[in-house]
Unconditional design. Structure first.
Lengths: 147, 75, 147, 75
């Protein structure tokens, strides 16, 4: 499932709801790997009061679906979920939720991270931060691997 | 005609989210940028044709939607 | 936090409860990586009706705390959580929940996987499966990386 | 005296979860196994001394808790 959300959401509640809606996972998916990205109230030493998340209607949904499909082909997943916020976001709000369910942990871990890295580097979203001193576009995402 | 879209800082820079342009046979995405922006295409700009990433030498067709945007910062 | 649980638990509810109990994470932890391991109703082609999870009281808690402390030293984490079931377990029950909170996703992902791999390969737990045809000890865990 | 513990399949194999054994000076964990199990220590068996993993040549002391168990299968 791929979804863009204009309202605040609780990632853990979404995961419960998704598993409840997919009873076929019960007793089959031995492993689920999850990533939740949250808006911090600081970035590059400045206090960030709020943020606007712009996207490209049509392309963003299409790209997220393509990432998910690609992960489903590459690993033996039983399900994969991507929810991403759009519009006005406040500190502490969840921005992105990615989850992958599989029979074994290697596939779940690898697929979850693959989806996140592709999303961070290619999915059409742009953050504009609102600081006390004014607004600014975020330049670029930091790399997702330590070395 | 093609529909040209700008997003994020590029949209603000050009003061417009979208505009329509006449096409010429064999016109590339870089040439669409030149026609729309009146300046050479900067290296950092990303391009999409009909909702999929393309390179600047990709050729456009009548009816296409061509988008230009800065590096993405989602997630 | 490290905990052994004798009763069934919902991993997503635990994560909500943990974040509610740690308001200092709000707006600070930009990334959380989570793994939930669930009992499958099949293993090596046999139907598994139930399972008993034996542990070594004293050593198991000590080892899990040491893994968690080691992850907290190695990565800039704001919090890390490990909950593991003991005793009678049924298909669909969550066996293990690991979560790591950090300002950036690389640390959260790496730490979560590190804790899971150490837990799988070294934490003193032993599974005995109950099949229709009788009981058997699980021999060994499968490797956690694809290649 | 030392306290010797067996877990999982080893516990079932020996029919006992724990037993107390007298120590000898310089006694190794492998020798504790020999005295408790009456057979050589198999390669696959894991060992702990006072709740921490040790090797089979580790020397025990009076009052120690020594545990033997098969490969772990948690998570």
């Amino acid at each position: 499932m791929i979804e863009l959300r204009a309202q605040e959401f609780d990632p853990w509640r979404e995961l419960r709801a998704f598993e409840t809606a997919h009873p076929e996972l019960h007793g089959k998916a031995g492993a689920s790997a999850v990533f939740a990205g949250t808006m911090r109230d600081f970035n590059q030493s400045d206090d960030v009061a709020a943020m606007f998340l712009e996207h490209y209607p049509g392309m963003t949904e299409k790209h997220l679906s393509a990432i998910r499909d690609s992960a489903m082909r590459r690993w033996p997943l039983q399900a994969a979920l991507v929810i991403h916020r759009i519009g006005e976001v406040r500190p502490g709000d969840t921005i992105v939720l990615v989850a992958a369910w599989s029979a074994h942990r290697a596939a779940a871990f690898d697929a979850c991270r693959f989806i996140m890295e592709d999303l961070k580097s290619k999915a059409p979203f742009w953050k504009k931060e609102r600081l006390r001193s004014g607004e600014r576009w975020v330049d670029s995402n930091t790399p997702g691997f330590s070395n | 005609m093609i529909r040209v879209k700008f997003f994020a800082s590029l949209r603000e820079q050009f003061g417009a989210a979208e505009l329509d342009l006449p096409t010429r046979p064999g016109m590339s995405v870089a040439e669409v940028w030149n026609a729309a922006a009146g300046q050479p295409l900067p290296d950092y700009v990303l391009m999409a044709r009909n909702l999929e990433y393309v390179q600047s030498d990709s050729v456009v067709e009548d009816g296409d939607e061509i988008a230009f945007f800065p590096p993405v910062t989602g997630g």
